[in-house]
Design a protein around this ligand. Structure first.
Ligand code: 2AM
Ligand code: CA
Ligand code: CA
Ligand code: CA
Length: 279
């Protein structure tokens, strides 16, 4: 896997091709969505574009790598248990593609231009390629393990803030109203006065790409799934940043509560998140 190639076809080239093709199509459909359904809850949206984009990506990957496994948000039953179970069943596949066709569906549906296509390839549970594409700005974020992270060919580096007080940090409002939302509101209340400011823009994958690009100092969020995080996690790590769970344990595909930073502020962020949970 180190040469990132099978039979002459580069994994990264296929990931990039999928993300840009699907992204172009998604963007072309904005404003003409005909099916808006809810899945697990009233806030959990899906459109025919989410499903169509996932099918497009899945088919393209299958033509290049028919033996690889595929985990996509729209191919799994809704809800956190089903997504954890699907990952458990596939997590030790040799090659596993992990895809979120539209990350930020709520934004997409409302025409708020902050959504993305997220495509990761894991080899025996470790992400080796991560691609996040932002169709609204035509920004393509690409990382290969050990080879750095790039936005349209320009090398990315995380930001250099050394304290939370200098930091711009993003998070999300989790869709689960019983446990995750109240927990994160506590976190936000604790962090808001300690940071330069908070942002909640609505695409976890794109937030992670922005940490990699140095546009955000850090990001945390509760209750995510592998397809929200996997590609962005490699972007952050390859741009010199740090990934962990919210207890500062190592990042793995199964992590749902995630923290990503420029590295400098990691301990301070984790400490504040933990302190908020324990009050
Ligand atoms: P999505 O748009 O692919 O569903 C926003 O904070 C982040 O939370 C996005 O990455 C969004 O991904 C995700 N999200 C939205 N609804 C969700 C739900 N019901 N369960 C889990 N994650 C969700
Ligand atoms: Ca969704
Ligand atoms: Ca998502
Ligand atoms: Ca999605």
């Amino acid at each position: 896997p180190s040469e990132n190639i099978i039979g002459g076809k580069s994994f990264t080239a296929v990931a990039v091709n999928c993300a840009s093709k699907a992204g172009e199509w998604i963007k072309s459909k904005i404003g003409s969505i005909t099916q808006l359904d809810t899945k697990y809850s009233m806030q959990d949206l899906v459109t025919e574009v989410d499903k169509g984009a996932e099918r497009m990506i899945r088919n393209l990957i299958a033509t290049h790598f028919p033996n690889h496994s595929f985990l996509g948000e729209e191919g799994v039953e809704p809800g956190p248990e089903a997504s954890a179970k699907a990952l458990e069943e596939m997590g030790d596949a040799e090659y596993l593609w992990i895809v979120d066709p539209v990350d930020g569906t709520t934004n997409y549906v409302h025409g708020f231009p902050f959504y993305s296509v997220s495509i990761a390839l894991a080899y025996r549970g470790q992400v080796i390629v991560g691609v996040v594409y932002d169709p609204s700005r035509d920004e393509l974020f690409v990382a290969e393990r050990g080879k750095g992270a790039y936005v349209h060919g320009r090398k990315m580096s995380v930001s250099s803030e050394k304290t939370l007080s200098q930091s711009l940090i993003a998070t999300g409002f989790p869709a689960d109203p019983i446990v995750a939302l109240p927990a994160n509101l506590k976190n936000m209340q604790a962090l808001a006065p300690k940071v330069r400011n908070l942002r909640v823009a609505g695409s976890a994958a794109l937030h992670l790409a922005y940490v990699a690009a140095g546009r955000l100092s850090g990001f945390w969020e509760h209750n995510l799934s592998a397809w929200d995080i996997a590609a962005g996690a490699l972007l952050v790590e390859e741009a010199g940043g740090r990934m962990s769970d919210m207890e500062n344990g190592p990042y793995r595909l199964a992590v749902r509560n995630v923290a990503a930073t420029n590295g400098w502020i990691h301990e301070e962020l984790i400490q504040e998140l933990q302190a908020a949970v324990n009050t």
